[in-house]
Every structure is written in C-alpha cells, then in structure tokens.
Design a protein around this ligand. Structure first.
Ligand code: ATP
Ligand code: MG
Length: 362
C-alpha cells in the first residue's frame, strides 16, 4: 500500500501563512503516529508573490500541484494588489479551471453546543453537504461579459458532460455517507427549472443520473425555496447539488448558519486532483496579528485526509481525517478556546493547540 503522499502547499496571502503553519504541524503529528508520510511541497503563488514577481501562479507551482496527491491551500488575494485589468488576484480560480475541479464541496454542520443564529430544536443536528458546480454555470463568462453603453450580458452555461460528472459525484458521496452511517441517502438538485431552460436541462440530466442509483432517494428544489429551508429546516437535507452561482450564494449562507467563515471548510474536487481550502479569504484586516481562526483551515485539512484515505484505500488516514474533524468540532462545541470571530479571545496558536489537545485526548 502506498504510504507516502505528496501534498502541494499554498501558504497564500494575509492570514494564510498564519493558519497554514499550525495546520501542517497537526498533520505531521497525525502522520507520524499513523505510520504514513505526508511530504509537503511549498508552492509560491498569490497576490504578494505577484507584487514581487509579476506572476500569481508560477509554472513551477502549477507543476507541483499537478504532480501532488492533494493540494492544500489557505487563502490568496489582497485588495491592494490587482492584475493590470483591475481584477483580483485569484490563482485558486486558475487552479480550479486548469485542474478541472468541477465539484465544490461545502459541508455544513451544526452540532450540540455550537453557536448558530438558528433556533435549533432539541436533539436536532445539521449535517449536509452542498456541492457547487465550479467550472461553468453563471461564472462561464466571468471577466469576459459583454458590456456596452446601455447593456450588459453574461452567459449561463450548463454542459451535459460536466453535469453528468457533477451528479455522479453527488450520488457517490451520498452513498459513501450512507455507508458510513451519517447521511440520509438523499440527493437534492437545487435549480430554477421553472424559469430557465438551462436549469430544466440541468434537472433532466440529474433525473437520468438518479435512475442509476436506485438505492438512494432524490429530490428537486428551487433555489429560492432552498434559501428559506436553509433557515427553517436545514436538518432535513443530506447532499445538495447545484449550479455555480447558486452554490456560491448558498455556501455563504451555510457558513453563516455554522457560526461564520472561521469554521467553514471546503474542497474543490475533480477526477484527478483536489484542492482543500477554507471558505474564507485572506482577511487582510487582521493579518499579521496572530489572531486568525485556524479552524476552517484545520477542518479543510481533515477533509483532505478523509478524501485521500478513501481514494487510496488508506483506512488509517481516512480515520485520522474523521478524528481531526471530530476533535475540531469538540473545540468549537466546548467554546472555551475560541478566537475573536467566534466571540472568544484565544490566539491562532492557542485555538490550534486546543485541537491537538482534543486529538490526544481522543
Ligand atoms: P475573498 O474575496 O477572498 O473571499 P472576502 O472579501 O470575502 O475575501 P475575507 O478575507 O473572507 O473577505 O474576510 C471577511 C471578514 O471575515 C473579514 O473581516 C475577516 O477578518 C474575517 N475573517 C475571514 N477569515 C477569518 C478567520 N479565519 N479568522 C477570523 N476572521 C476571519
Ligand atoms: Mg468572500
């Protein structure tokens, strides 16, 4: 069995390096106890790198990313540094496109003890995964929309090929979750098929794929209704799958329900590659102070271990991922070592230390 894994590491901008360093320490500890090796390969990229060199994603970094088993990324981009055309520096979007990472995976979990703006009925837990298509949809013409004096146009693109891959990914995930005793075996397609032909097409492809998974349930919802249900009955969902723009908006809503960006992890997954990164940006307003919340980064690293472990048939690594997630959630639920964004006064390294301590206690 393979037991040495190459991880491309993008330390990023702003708070990126501050949350990445303790995350790598935790991963090193887990790997050494688990008897496998994670080789971290630092990749230069981002806004600060662009300001220095004129390159935001050097070919070397791209090559390291391509050759790695998984890619771990903190956050990139700074409001003060922009490309010549005025757009933000976003190598993570280039990675998504270059590696065809069509499935944006955003878990939303609220468990007992966790602070949430929702009124959670006694005994309820929220545990669903939002899958956001990440290469087409309403982002298709991103940066290339047509704008004239009196009119602006963007294109919504849905392709059969990507949609089939996306829906298969969603159904397979629901199957894995069900097998692990967590999910409900339910996939819900979120669209606006009542108004747009493109979404009716999206839904048809969903239905065709659903027929291949008779062991799972499937359902449809309009995106506006889903926004309401996120707040009214989020515990009813399992795997949700949707178009790029809808997913962008719903995933921030999901992060809000979980208590904020500081605890929202994500993964962007394709057939051959995957990037794991927190949902939040580089938070330049608090960078350099050692007070950023590392938990979303740590939860993203946990997703990486689980994904890689399942993919490579490395049960120990997959179990370590689940344990790292549980330890991090225990720190959130306990609530006595939290950073400022969660209402506490802990520093980055203290919050990460609490996760290590919870792991050792596990
Ligand atoms: P992007 O466009 O890259 O997504 P953004 O403009 O959405 O960035 P973020 O960088 O995510 O902005 O920051 C939004 C707010 O959340 C800021 O006030 C920031 O300080 C806060 N924030 C984001 N991440 C964290 C974190 N890990 N810990 C504490 N605060 C955070
Ligand atoms: Mg943002």
């Amino acid at each position: 069995m393979k037991d040495n894994f190459d991880i491309a590491v993008f330390h990023g901008d702003g708070i990126g390096p501050e949350i990445m360093a303790p995350t790598l320490d935790i991963l090193r500890d887990l790997a050494s106890l688990g008897g496998y090796r994670l080789s971290f390969h630092d990749c230069a990229a981002g806004a600060a790198h662009y300001a220095k060199t004129g390159e935001s994603l050097p070919a070397m970094s791209m090559q390291t990313a391509r050759q790695s088993d998984a890619i771990l990324l903190s956050a990139m981009g700074l409001p003060s540094v922009r490309y010549k055309d005025g757009t933000e520096i976003s190598p993570q979007i280039e990675l998504r496109k270059a590696l065809n990472l069509f499935a944006g995976v955003r878990p939303v979990r609220i468990f007992p003890g966790q602070k949430t703006p929702l009124n959670m009925p006694e005994g309820r837990e929220v545990d669903f995964v939002l899958i956001r298509e990440s290469t087409e949809g309403l982002f298709h013409t991103q940066g290339r929309g047509e704008v004239s004096q009196n009119e602006a146009r963007e294109t919504l693109l849905i392709t059969r090929e990507t949609s089939e891959l996306l829906f298969r990914f969603a159904f397979n995930l629901a199957r894995e979750r069900k097998a692990a005793g967590r999910g409900k075996g339910l996939v819900t397609c979120v669209d606006k098929a009542n108004v747009f032909r493109a979404f009716a097409f999206f839904r048809e492809i969903f239905d065709a794929q659903a027929a291949n998974y008779p062991d799972l349930q499937n359902d449809h919802a309009y995106v506006d209704a889903m926004a309401l249900w996120f707040v009214q009955r989020p515990w009813d969902f399992d795997v949700l799958v949707t178009e790029n723009m809808f997913g962008d908006i719903l995933s921030d809503l999901g992060a809000g329900l979980m208590g904020g960006l500081g605890v929202a992890p994500s993964a962007d997954i394709g057939l051959h590659h995957a990037v794991f990164q927190p949902c939040h940006g580089s938070a330049p307003d608090i960078a350099g102070q050692g007070i950023a919340n590392p938990l979303a980064m740590i939860l993203s690293a946990a997703m990486m271990l689980e994904w890689l472990g399942l993919r490579e048939g490395h049960a120990r690594m997959a179990a370590d991922g689940a344990q790292l997630r549980d330890a991090t959630e225990a720190v959130i639920a306990q609530g006595d070592v939290l950073t400022g964004d969660l209402g506490g006064s802990a520093r980055t390294l203290e919050a990460a230390g609490a996760v290590s301590a919870a792991l050792k206690g596990a």
